[in-house]
Design a protein around this ligand. Structure first.
Ligand code: FCB
Length: 462
């Protein structure tokens, strides 16, 4: 039997979650509502009006959950810190001690379990009063975020050595303020582009603060990237693909690396009336330099690709346009096409086009609702295959020189999938929401083997 492919020594295998999606305990220990609590209570926004009030009750079950991480042999756990636990209204002069204590305990227990904590500062649960002030489109939010980053990194910085400022600025700005699919549910291009700018600026300003509080730590940001391809060799399709790439990827990547906003996109947005002809109203002198602060890694969340056709460019929906539409076995429950080779191409492209020092896949995974069979086992074959094919693409990219050093499966366990509620199950662990019982799916058992020896075991080997 030929040698199985193997990841480089030290490659980091982890799992990821976020606070609002798993913690529950929405009104415990001083936490106050975030924009997601409000959004979930607004009729018509979330499937079945579900919410994160209880979610996976991780706030109370975190010890048990760390035991499960140990069973999965993961070396790292990426979680996010709930802003409304730390500064419940956003405006307090002193942080909420109970909130900080909870993350403190979590971090200590992870370290004790030999699991490296990776903390994300913003994974979308903005304290509601900060939205009432104006939210991300308001430049004052930048100082608020930096203060939050300062408080958290001051407290945890001696033990947390990996920091992610933001999760998916594209989603925060475009789904939150442009198409209204996510909290706070606004539909305004001007707000969306200003929000994107302030997210990136707050990243740029938070990085030096985190570094000062957490000496020697690695600091980066996570972007969700979606490779774009033209549906045909026509010039019009090539242009549609350029535009989508600019809208989704380059608008965030370029400022991250100190480059001005892509000129072709500024022109497009002006032609479409999304920004005034005079220029970008939110951009001030020095912003580009600040946004381009040096980072230690680029985190990327990868789920699918987009294939663009000139007559079907619709930025008002979240689904990548894939033409022809993928058949059922080519897509996940999200409707997202399974496209592992696009991950390889993306990694190679990032290495070619940007001065990335290190890339970490901070999320990758698939939703399928597979539940337990009569014997209690969860045979989620498709998810196992999905992880296998994407990890295999990672190995190919590494071989081609991409500086990929880590991979986090999304998600550690089934959880609240935002506007789509609990029906979309991304977990490596199955959660019975009635009983809160957790069951390692077959994908988790397989991932545990890979994580234990760094060998890409065949997907059927559980
Ligand atoms: C990403 C989010 C994450 C999860 C996955 C499916 O956009 O970061 O919270 O919802 O998608």
């Amino acid at each position: 039997m030929p040698d199985l492919p193997r990841f480089p020594d030290g490659f980091c295998f982890g799992v990821a979650t976020s606070s609002y999606q798993i913690e529950g305990a929405h009104d415990v220990d001083g936490r106050l509502p975030s924009i997601w609590d409000t959004f979930c209570r607004t009729p018509g926004k979330v499937v079945n009006m579900e919410n994160g009030d209880v979610a996976c009750d991780h706030y109370h079950r975190w010890r048990e959950d760390i035991e499960l991480m140990k069973k999965m042999n993961v070396g790292a756990y990426r979680f996010s810190v709930a802003w409304p636990r730390i500064l419940p209204t956003g405006f307090e002069s002193e942080p909420n001690a109970a909130g900080l204590d909870w993350y403190d305990r979590l971090v200590d227990a992870l370290l004790e379990a030999g699991i490296t904590p990776w903390a994300t500062l913003y994974h979308w649960d903005l304290p509601q009063p900060l939205q009432d002030m104006g939210g991300w489109p308001d430049r004052r939010i930048v100082d608020h975020f930096v203060r939050f980053a300062d408080i958290v990194s001051r407290r945890l910085g001696d033990r947390v050595g990996h920091w992610i400022t933001h999760n998916e600025p594209w989603v925060v700005s475009m789904l939150g303020y442009m198409n209204g699919e996510h909290a706070p549910g606004h539909k305004d291009w001007g707000e969306a582009l200003a929000a994107a700018h302030h997210v990136m600026l707050s990243h740029g300003r938070a990085v030096p603060v985190i570094r000062a509080n957490s000496p020697g730590s690695q600091v980066g940001i996570t972007l969700n990237l979606c490779p774009a391809y033209a549906a045909s060799p026509s010039e019009a399709d090539a242009d549609a693909s350029r535009h989508f790439d600019g809208f989704f990827n380059r608008w965030f990547l370029d400022p991250c690396y100190g480059r001005p906003y892509p000129a072709d996109m500024v022109k497009d947005y002006q032609a479409l009336g999304r920004v005034p002809a005079e220029g970008l109203p939110f951009l001030e002198a020095g912003d580009i330099e600040e946004m381009g602060v040096e980072t230690d890694f680029l985190g990327i969340n990868f789920y699918s690709r987009a294939i663009l056709r000139s007559d079907k460019v619709d930025e008002a929906d979240n689904a990548p346009r894939t033409i022809p539409d993928p058949t059922d076995d080519q897509k996940t429950d999200m409707g997202w096409e399974i496209a592992p080779d696009s991950l390889r191409r993306l990694l190679v492209r990032l290495d070619r086009d940007y001065p990335v020092k290190q890339i970490i896949i901070t999320e990758n995974g698939a939703a399928w609702a597979t539940g337990p069979d009569d014997d209690g086992r969860v045979r989620d074959v498709r998810r196992r295959d999905y992880f296998h094919s994407h990890l295999s693409s990672c190995l190919d990219a590494i071989e081609e020189g991409a500086p990929l050093t880590g991979y986090f499966g999304w998600s550690f366990m089934d959880n609240f999938e935002w506007a789509l509620g609990y029906g979309k199950r991304f977990g490596l662990i199955y959660v019975d929401y009635e009983t809160q019982q957790r069951t390692l799916k077959d994908s988790a058992l397989w991932y545990a083997r890979v994580a234990s020896d760094g060998v890409l075991h065949p997907s059927e080997s559980v």
